[in-house]
Design a protein around this ligand. Sequence first.
Ligand code: FE2
Ligand code: FE2
Length: 177
Amino acid sequence: MTTAKTTTNRQDIERYIRVDHAGERAAQQIYRGQLVVLDKHPMGEEIRHMMAQEVEHLETFDSLINERRVRPSLLDPLWGAAGFALGVVTAAMGPKAAMACTIAVEEVIGEHYQKQAENLGEDEAELRTKIERFRDEELEHRDIAVDYKGREARHYKLLHDVIQTGCRTAIKIAEKI
Ligand SMILES: [Fe+2]
Ligand SMILES: [Fe+2]
């Protein structure tokens, strides 16, 4: 699928692990925040399923941070807090807004993982396989949110664009800091 190079730049790998760890920190907190509001809602089950997958993603990058001695983002607690706040606020706006948030976030993350997978060489085939699986799961989350009518949320376009701008900015920061 991807025509992989032979070797991957070490700095790229460290950057990927740092930013992915930060992103998954935020992701599982988004769903945790949404569940504060939507725990008893029929959507709760689906949100719990997505959260469980995000927790597994986070644990994977937690292990990679340790194994490869990558410095985590200095703003690690901030990413968790920001994710939680985003989850609570969008869920408080209603179940469709919560799903609109999921669509916006998962589109960005799916794209982000795709770019990383394309840049990982044969020497990182194992990491690439993991990232490709996570990409597929993020896109599944997006599809679930579309099925739950996230695109019918009030002010969908505005909400979607604001959240995506926030995510892209956070990615740029977490790659470096
Ligand atoms: Fe994830
Ligand atoms: Fe996800």
